[in-house]
Design a protein. Structure first.
Length: 117
């Protein structure tokens, strides 16, 4: 059974920083943790950043230059360093993974990020 364990969300003031982590557990060798999506109230879930096992990354435009995604392949863990946070970054952040054959998709339970003064 695959589980994605997320951590690092919280409340932060505008301009502050947070670091999210997502680790695969269970049959973790059978999946590839890819990155992060987010969903704000009343909005669709959107891509934030993803990273390949080779280290190539893609960011949504609104976070480019502020967020950095990285990974530890040995631990099948992905990190998201978020700096210069803005109120519009407030959302539930979800970790995303897929099976090695690309057929199954997995989601974490979500971690809340709130940016407010």
């Amino acid at each position: 059974q695959v589980q994605l364990v997320e951590s690092g969300g919280g409340l932060v003031q505008p301009g502050g920083s947070l670091r999210l982590s997502c680790a695969a557990s269970g049959s973790s060798l059978s999946i590839n943790v890819k990155g992060w999506y987010r969903q704000a109230p009343g909005k669709q879930r959107e891509l934030v950043a993803i990273i390949t096992r080779g280290g190539n990354s893609v960011y949504t435009n609104s976070v480019t230059g502020r967020f950095t995604i990285s990974r530890d392949n040995a631990k099948n863990t992905v990190f998201l360093e978020m700096t210069s946070l803005k109120p519009e970054d407030t959302a539930t952040y979800y970790c995303n993974a897929e099976s090695q054959n690309g057929i199954s998709v997995y989601w974490g339970q979500g971690t809340q990020v709130t940016v407010s003064s």
